[in-house]
Design a binder for this molecule. Structure first.
Ligand SMILES: Nc1ncnc2c1ncn2[C@@H]1O[C@H](COP(=O)(O)OP(=O)(O)O)[C@@H](O)[C@H]1O
Ligand SMILES: [Mg+2]
Length: 405
């Protein structure tokens, strides 16, 4: 049923920017669940950006959680890949109370992690849902490979498009009992079902076909198209059937759709989105500008940011990497430089752990600002111990240029 408000205008039952019901991935989710209930130790989801990899793994994790599994979640972030254990340490600190960082070598690390999980899990099976594992720090990834190989836990992970599975995980990912989910575009019927559920009523078939084509069957793209059409007033209900009024949809670029939506933000909201696009993830109190708390709450309601409470500090990031890319591309360079410098100054004005130092060093490098050579040298050592060779070399070169011994 299409709901009518008092003015006679139809509204969808669900705000379009809320989370949409999962459609069209039942077979993938079932395959993963059946496998994990049996001998499967690892599930990897592959596919284009926005196709639904994270969503499918999240669905699998929710089912197992309901079935009584212990579910741990971790997320790889390219901005933190030079900090050893940046993906896993927060999860362990929060869930198990055992800091992994006390371990001095790989064997001890494995032993500490193993004992912590065993204590926490009791006789439950354990799933680690690891989003974007291909951009996580290599120390975390190596530990996951060891834990899976020792059957301490099972893993369900997403692999970003055009990022290979990390080398240490290849034996796990290609083992005969591993499951590979290749997520492709949704079909026309699935797009029709999804839109019908989101809109609370059927939508004209020719408009479904049009939206399916324009979105290439990509759910993220479809969401942005539908939100854009709603905001523009071109998604209308007539005699109980939704239609697209006005111009044909064409094939707008996803980034243009995202930018159009961001143009409607208030000043403080846009400021937060821009800082996150450059520096995510940021701790809640690192976005401490006047009006930031209200802005973040509004952004969360609009589905533009994601609040990550899996670690000891609440962290905020943009809801999808495509949002960050769209914002960064559209941002004047001068604005980016001043935001990077401001965030670096703010974080460095407080007590910093090694991970904070590294963020500050990288932001200052990105902003073309000088850093203390000793700080750069320390960060280069840290990045090297995380096996992030690219960042280590960049920092070491900057340290030398800044006059480090
Ligand atoms: N099958 C689906 N049905 C409904 N919504 C979906 C589906 N797949 C993805 N989405 C939504 O589309 C957006 C992008 O999905 P996401 O899982 O983040 O993509 P990826 O991780 O592949 O980049 C999210 O808002 C997600 O909830
Ligand atoms: Mg994802």
């Amino acid at each position: 049923m299409v709901a009518l408000d008092t003015g006679g205008t139809a509204r969808p039952p669900l705000a379009l920017d809320e989370s949409w019901p999962l459609v069209g991935r039942g077979a993938d989710v079932r395959r993963a669940l059946d496998g994990l209930a049996g001998t499967t130790r690892a599930v990897f989801a592959y596919g284009a950006s926005g196709i639904g990899k994270s969503r499918v793994v999240q669905e699998v994790a929710e089912h197992l959680d309901e079935d009584g599994w212990l579910v741990l979640t971790a997320t790889g972030n390219p901005a933190l890949s030079a900090v050893p254990l940046s993906a896993l340490a927060p999860v362990f600190a929060r869930e198990t109370g055992s800091p992994l960082t006390s371990a001095s070598d790989a064997a001890e690390l494995f032993a500490v992690a193993h004992a912590a999980i065993a204590r926490l899990a009791g006789d439950r099976s354990v799933l680690l849902a690891f989003d974007d594992i291909s951009v996580a720090d290599p120390v975390s990834v190596t530990l996951v490979a060891q834990l899976v190989e020792a059957s301490v836990l099972r893993v369900a992970a997403t692999v970003r498009e055009s990022e290979p599975v990390p080398d240490v995980l290849v034996p796990v990912a290609t083992a005969p009992d591993s499951i590979r989910l290749d997520l492709g575009p949704l079909g026309v019927d699935e797009v029709a079902e999804l839109l019908t559920r989101v809109l609370g009523g059927a939508i004209a078939h020719r408009d479904v076909v049009e939206l399916h084509r324009a979105a290439h069957g990509n759910p993220l793209f479809l969401r942005e198209l539908a939100i854009g059409a709603w905001d523009a007033g071109s998604l209308v209900a007539h005699e109980g059937l939704w239609h697209l009024a006005g111009e044909p949809v064409g094939t707008p670029a996803l980034r243009d759709l995202i930018r159009a939506r961001l143009r409607g933000l208030h000043e403080a909201e846009r400021d937060a989105v821009e800082r996150l696009a450059l520096c995510e993830p940021l701790a809640f109190d690192e976005l401490a500008r006047p009006g930031a708390a209200e802005a973040l709450a509004a952004l969360e309601l609009r589905g533009l940011i994601r609040v990550d409470e899996s670690g000891p500090r609440v962290r905020v990031g943009l809801a999808h990497p495509q949002y960050a890319a769209a914002v960064r591309e559209a941002m004047p360079r001068i604005r980016a430089l001043s935001l990077l410098a401001e965030q670096a100054d703010l974080v460095s004005s407080r007590p910093m752990d090694p991970g904070d130092e590294l963020r500050v060093a990288v932001w200052r490098l990105d902003a073309g600002r000088p850093s203390d050579p000793a700080l750069l040298a320390r960060c280069a050592v840290l990045a090297r111990s995380a096996y992030d060779r690219r960042t280590a070399e960049r920092l070491a070169a900057a340290a030398v240029a800044a006059g480090a011994a």
